[in-house]
Design a protein around this ligand. Structure first.
Ligand SMILES: [Zn+2]
Length: 212
């Protein structure tokens, strides 16, 4: 089926809104008949809020990668290590699986999430109507991996606990970890602020334009 010929009416076009809290369908906007929450056709100020949290996340992404995230000491000697230095250190010690988990969870995933959200925001901003379905899938992926983003902090915490048992080595968490937590939380909130229906609104507008 051609992407353009498919043009179902949106709920908004039928004057129906969904309650963000309990998912009850409500005629018009106002208050939800079930839980009395204020109902909107679209998340209010979705684009502005998503941009704001995303820019803050990008700002924290820089110190999260440049400031030491952990302090690794072997035989009493050692120095603070950034995420990448930590990854290299684990590779040098033959702990490849841990190095891969840390690299994927703390460098690759946050970076790809930020890039994906910037792309989605730009696509709404500049009204790129094509591939709406793929963009929605991209958003679902971003939203899904969001809940796994804290795995890196979890790995560092487990490492700290494990290595403390070893008399010869120790790991302490450094300031970079706080910046990293901010990146994770801010990208999660940013993704939550984004309303995927904006993608379909553009699609609807462009379909109407094509029919005219
Ligand atoms: Zn409700």
């Amino acid at each position: 089926m051609s992407d353009i010929s498919y043009s179902p009416k949106s709920a908004r076009a039928l004057n129906i809104a969904v309650c963000h809290h309990c998912h009850q369908l409500v005629r018009g906007h106002g208050r939800c008949s079930r839980c009395n929450t204020l109902v909107h056709f679209r998340k209010p100020d979705s684009l502005t809020r998503t941009w704001a949290f995303l820019i803050a996340a990008i700002a924290f992404f820089i110190p999260a990668n440049l400031v030491p995230i952990m302090n690794i000491k072997m035989l009493g000697q050692g120095e603070p290590a950034t995420i990448m230095e930590g990854v290299i250190l684990f590779i040098e010690h033959g702990d490849l699986p841990i190095a891969i988990v840390i690299f994927v969870a703390s460098v690759l995933v946050p970076l790809l999430k930020i890039v994906a959200l910037v792309f989605l925001l730009l696509s709404v901003h500049f009204e790129w109507a094509r591939t709406a379905r793929r963009k929605t899938i991209l958003y679902r992926i971003v939203e899904f991996i969001g809940r796994w983003s804290m795995i890196d902090i979890f790995v560092v915490t487990v490492l700290v606990a494990l290595v403390q048992l070893d008399k010869l080595a120790s790991i302490e968490v450094s300031e970079g970890a706080t910046a990293f937590c901010f990146v994770v939380v801010l990208t999660m909130v940013s993704a939550l602020c984004f309303d995927t229906r904006l993608i379909w609104d553009i699609k609807e507008e462009s379909t109407k334009g094509n029919k005219r």
